[in-house]
Design a protein around this ligand. Structure first.
Ligand code: GTP
Ligand code: MG
Length: 688
């Protein structure tokens, strides 16, 4: 049945659903490849495209509008009796964290890359992540319909990014055409067969092109020698000049992938359906089975791993999860690692935006679980032993924005909508800033926060205004001052009288606020002294430049009182007046927060990174190779917080989208001159 969700019945039961994650740089063609796989397997009867908005994946209005994935896509297909789940992860940095937990529990991954060797570096983060998590993977070089460079050069550029050796599985067949050469087919080096691409259908077997004979023999020898590194019997055969069995080669290839000994490289074109059936066959024979993954993740009893919470569909809150170690049914009693018991609600299988009810989930299946409010992201649930936790790197959250509902009536709705969005989006956090009273969203980058705002509006009907978060400026003083402050009011009946003399002086950076009382001889009765301190602090909330005051010592040295009219309130007011005037006379100056910044980038971009840091008033602390990342550097610097605005986008644009940073508050530093004047003027212009 076209466009429907295949049933589990009778299929996959023997082998279990294998989950294959599609990862790699933004726009490489992952969602297109998923579509091509659904089409090649006969799951859909027409191949849609992400560009025209007709693909099974990227069905959310946000993804359609962007022309690229904004969230994880899940699909299923059956191919020649084997069942597969596709986990199509967004490549764009702002949305990539949405796929991270799901990738971690996949049986294997396919890194989809562009054929241009100049863009090879874009695959580094994906290859790195898979190696670190120990997830078996292959590489699919997409867009060979447009390839101009040599696949060999691409492989040489990719190899340093991979721990295991790359294994070229195919050789391109090229034909001359106007303006250069074009890939028209491939030689399968394991099968020793040549194929000619036919757009939209399976490739046609052709005779081995005679001009390729030498190249083919060379490339096949390379392939076999690679395999012989881990197969002594094969090595012996090669040394004796014997031709190995096809079955040996395929078994070895499966072992290379399954045990992370080598990374097979296949190529094709997702949008033209080239090489997709070849890839599916490789998956059938070589993708590790869910039992292997259960072992990798130390799963011993039937268990469910929740990798995402979804509020976006019609059914309400759904926990998206993978079943490993056995089957699980609707109504099963399971426990979380904390011992909380939960009864599973209805189970659904997923095909893009469509869901269909299913009673049982078999080992390997990916399902959505309804009414499971106890299930959170990253949790295992099981009736038996709970498997160990899955460790994931936290995404760097480099963007913040202050938001407010456009309509005050939406205050409550905004809070509940944000809670849901944050639950489903692990990279989003919501903060209330006490000093500025701002409601802040923190996320990966501006693009990510833009998506959050778009989702708020579409899903929950809440429109918000957003503005940059205010910077935590402060102020201090430069010189000591002695100041008299008096509050005196005579308005019939009781009057008010408070009179103080204070001395203030600057403290070293970071010492904060200090108050000392040096009253002798009772010029101010003891019970009023805390009120004076409170008044002094009142004046520090907003100093003469408009910001909280820091690093100042205040000594109360003298004063006078009135036996009837003095009160705590009167002394508090006198303290405030004295401090207010003292600060204004003590040469106030501005302090700005400075962050400690760590940038990682490909070495080719490092010098540009340093000049960007310098042009943003940064101070370099150090530069050197990034640990464990050949060809990458790590730059450490101090940078004023106000200079972080737009840094993320600038770093990406100068590094093909690869450089990222992490920043943390370090200290406050003096800010003078025109920059300081601008900040103070801006503060004066702000509404009170
Ligand atoms: N010429 C050509 N274009 C392709 C091919 N595969 C995909 N495209 C186009 O490349 C663009 C991006 O494809 P997607 O499948 O959305 O890329 P993606 O990897 O899913 O991107 P993200 O979701 O943003 O990470 C679309 O316009 C596709 O039509 C291909 O083999 N050849
Ligand atoms: Mg995509």
């Amino acid at each position: 049945m076209p466009n429907s969700i295949g049933s589990n019945a009778g299929k996959g039961a023997a082998t279990g659903t294998r989950a294959v994650a599609l990862v790699g740089p933004a726009g490489a063609g992952k969602t297109s490849l998923a579509e091509a796989m659904l089409f090649a397997s006969g799951t859909i009867d027409r191949q849609g495209s992400t560009a025209s908005g007709s693909s099974v994946g990227d069905s959310s209005p946000e993804a359609r509008a962007r022309g690229g994935s904004t969230e994880l896509n899940l699909m299923h297909f059956d191919y020649l009796g084997d069942r597969f789940a596709i986990i199509d992860a967004p490549g764009s940095v702002g949305f990539a964290p949405d796929g991270a937990s799901a990738i971690a529990i996949a049986d294997m991954a396919i890194v989809v890359v562009d054929p241009d060797p100049a863009r090879a570096a874009l695959a580094a983060p994906s290859l790195r992540m898979l190696d670190e998590l120990g997830i078996p993977h292959m590489i699919f070089v997409n867009r060979v319909d447009q390839a101009r460079g040599r696949i060999r050069d691409l492989l040489s550029a990719l190899q340093p990014m991979s721990v295991s050796p790359l294994i070229a599985r195919q050789l391109p067949i090229r034909a001359k055409e106007a303006g250069g050469e074009k890939v028209t087919g491939f030689v399968d080096l394991a099968l020793e067969r040549a194929f000619h691409y036919r757009p939209g259908s399976s490739s046609e077997r052709i005779d081995m092109p005679s001009d390729l004979a030498t190249r083919e023999a060379e490339a096949r020898t390379q392939l076999l020698e690679r395999l012989a590194d881990h197969d002594d019997a094969l090595l012996e055969q090669l040394l004796m000049d014997q031709v190995p069995e096809q079955a040996t080669i395929f078994a070895d290839l499966a072992r290379e992938t399954g045990e992370n000994l080598g990374v097979s490289v296949l190529f094709g074109s997702a949008s033209s359906s080239w090489g997709v059936r070849r890839l599916l066959k490789a998956l059938r024979h070589e993708a590790p089975r869910p039992e292997t993954t259960a072992k990798r993740l130390s799963v011993t009893d039937p268990a469910l791993f929740a990798f995402k919470i979804n509020h976006g569909g019609a059914i309400g809150r759904l926990a998206l999860a993978r079943v490993l170690g056995g089957s699980i049914a609707e109504g099963s009693e399971l426990k979380t690692g904390d011992g909380v018991a939960t009864r599973l609600g209805a189970l659904f299988s997923i095909q893009g935006e469509k869901t269909a009810k299913t009673a049982t989930a078999l080992a390997g299946d990916i399902v959505a679980v309804a009414k499971a409010d106890e299930i959170g992201v990253g949790q295992w649930l099981s009736g038996g032993t709970i498997p160990p936790g899955v460790e994931l790197a936290q995404p760097a959250r480099n963007a913040t924005v202050a938001i407010a509902p456009a309509d005050r009536k939406d205050d409550v709705r905004l809070a509940s909508a944000l809670a849901r969005l944050a639950e489903e989006d692990s990279a989003l956090t919501i903060e209330h800033d006490d000093a500025s009273h701002e409601l802040r969203l923190r996320g990966v980058n501006d693009e990510h926060l833009g998506l959050v705002v778009a989702r708020l509006k579409r899903r929950y009907g809440v429109e918000v205004t957003s503005k940059p978060c205010s910077i935590g400026y402060r102020e201090s003083i430069r010189r000591p001052v002695r100041q008299h402050g008096r509050h005196k009011k005579q308005s019939g009946g009781h009057g008010q009288f408070g009179d103080v003399i204070i001395e203030i002086r600057p403290l070293a950076r970071g010492e904060g606020f200090r108050f000392e009382d040096k009253i002798h001889g009772g010029s101010i009765p003891r019970q009023y002294i805390p009120a004076v301190e409170a008044g002094v602090k009142d004046a520090c909330v907003k100093g003469p430049l408009g910001f909280p005051v820091d690093d100042v010592a205040v000594t109360l040295v003298d004063g006078s009182f009135h036996s009837v009219d003095s009160s705590e309130l009167a002394f508090r007011t006198a303290g405030r007046i004295a401090m207010h005037d003292a600060l204004a006379a003590a040469a106030p100056h501005l302090l700005e927060p400075v962050q400690r910044l760590v940038v990682v980038s490909p070495s080719s971009a490092t010098s540009k990174v340093s000049s960007t840091i310098a042009s943003r008033r940064g101070q370099m602390l150090g530069m050197g190779p990034r640990d464990g990342w050949p060809g990458w550097d790590r730059v450490e610097a101090l940078l004023p917080e106000s200079e972080l605005a737009g840094l993320e986008a600038e770093l990406r644009s100068l590094s093909h989208g690869l450089a990222t940073y992490e920043a943390d508050y370090d200290h406050l530093a003096e800010l003078n001159g025109t920059l300081a004047e601008k900040v103070v003027q801006g503060r004066v212009a702000e509404p009170a």
